[in-house]
Design a protein around this ligand. Sequence first.
Ligand code: AMP
Length: 126
Amino acid sequence: MAVDATQAYDDNNIFAKILRGEIPNKTVYEDEYALAFHDINPQAPHHVLVIPKGKYVSWDDFSATASDAEIAGFTRAVGHVAREAGWVVPGYRLLVNIGQDGHQEVPHLHVHIFAGKPLGPMLVRG
Ligand code: AMP
């Protein structure tokens, strides 16, 4: 079910459980601000999710209410993961789904990183 990007944070969402260690994940990177792990249903040869450690429902919530340190730390973590994986050349794609029209399914902010093949046009028209 799609997320309302303005809803209250749900402590029982699946990424909250991953952050608490209640559900396993394939971690690729972790620091004070972010956890990066493999998407369970990859949509490209490489598909990693990066989530902030803090309780933020959506990009809207995060960009409005996170501290400057959290925003900087999270942004740097996303770049670090892609750089360390060797994806800067030939390139990669970041995607953040927000709310119902954005098709956000998990109510904890996550940045998708896709890589490993030419990714084609940004959106399918229609
Ligand atoms: P979104 O539609 O942007 O909310 O994307 C949610 C993503 O979370 C999807 O790509 C799912 O495959 C992924 N996902 C859901 N549950 C898990 C999980 N337990 N571990 C890793 N990825 C997951």
